[in-house]
Design a protein. Structure first.
Length: 255
């Protein structure tokens, strides 16, 4: 059994957010109320079916969502499949470790939504909503998801992926019940990677580890807040993006 289910995620979110530029986009909770009233139900149904069939889906999707937001904002650019003419986020070394079940649940959700309300819901919003539903499904905290993101018109390589902290995060994240066991294990010296174990020793991060290990509620509250903050990083609205027909290709093929 893996000893870690790595809500490590939250700590990295917390340490990262204040360092990033933060836009104040015009998002809302009821963005699809008129144009796609069944949006939330369709996402939940699709996500539930997929997670039950494939329990690694939650972890995979969180990694993809995290990675998307950290590279040029939460705009679904990470979902673009590489071809020989473009060089995109998914094409770099690190992204090859992003598991397919995360991409698959987004594709399934997009297909279901296109049937109900064509060309209405962005892939970026789908990823944010799917990630939240999956967190809840595996026992994590519920939190509101602001909607109204547009999908990116371009996808760029970003060399932040050379950051070993990020690599550790992405290599470590494993499926399991969502709880604070990861932090408890760190305090016992059971971190799987030396970079994780260092979090329990570094005076800057030790208080987080102790707090989350001792109090799961505190971890859940902070995690929920971190996910909401992360989900609004450099969001595209209006003409800055569009609604993709398919999540893995731009509407206009660029060669
Ligand atoms: C745990 O954290 C929550 C949220 O911050 C707080 O309200 C609660 O008092 C904490 N519980 C203990 C036992 O410290």
């Amino acid at each position: 059994m893996a000893t870690s289910n790595s809500p490590f995620l939250s700590l990295i979110i917390f340490l990262s957010i204040p360092l990033l530029s933060h836009s104040e986009p015009q998002l809302s909770l009821d963005y699809y109320k008129a144009t796609c009233p069944d949006f939330a139900n369709i996402v939940t149904e699709t996500v539930t079916t997929k997670q039950i069939a494939t329990p690694t889906t939650a972890a995979a999707t969180l990694r993809i969502f995290f990675h998307d937001c950290m590279v040029d904002g939460c705009d679904a650019s990470v979902l673009i499949a590489p071809n020989k003419f473009n060089k995109v986020e998914r094409d770099n070394e690190l992204d090859h470790t992003l598991p397919g079940d995360g991409f698959d649940v987004v594709t399934r959700t997009k297909t279901a939504l296109e049937l109900a309300c064509p060309m209405t819901v962005s892939c970026a919003d789908i990823l944010a909503q799917v990630a939240r539903d999956l967190v809840v499904m595996v026992g994590g905290p519920n939190y509101p998801v602001l909607l109204g993101r547009k999908d990116s018109l371009a996808s760029q390589l970003n060399d932040y992926t050379k950051d070993p902290t990020m690599s550790a995060f992405l290599d470590l994240y494993t499926p399991g019940k969502f709880d604070n066991m990861y932090y408890q294990n760190l305090l016992k010296g059971l971190g799987l990677l030396s970079t994780d174990q260092m979090m329990a020793e570094d005076p800057r991060t030790r208080p987080f580890v102790e707090r989350y290990a001792a109090n799961q509620t505190a971890f859940f509250v902070d995690f929920a807040e971190g996910m909401q903050k992360m989900g609004t990083i450099d969001v595209k609205t209006g003409d800055e993006g569009n609604i993709r027909r398919r999540c893995d290709v731009f509407n206009t093929v660029r060669t």
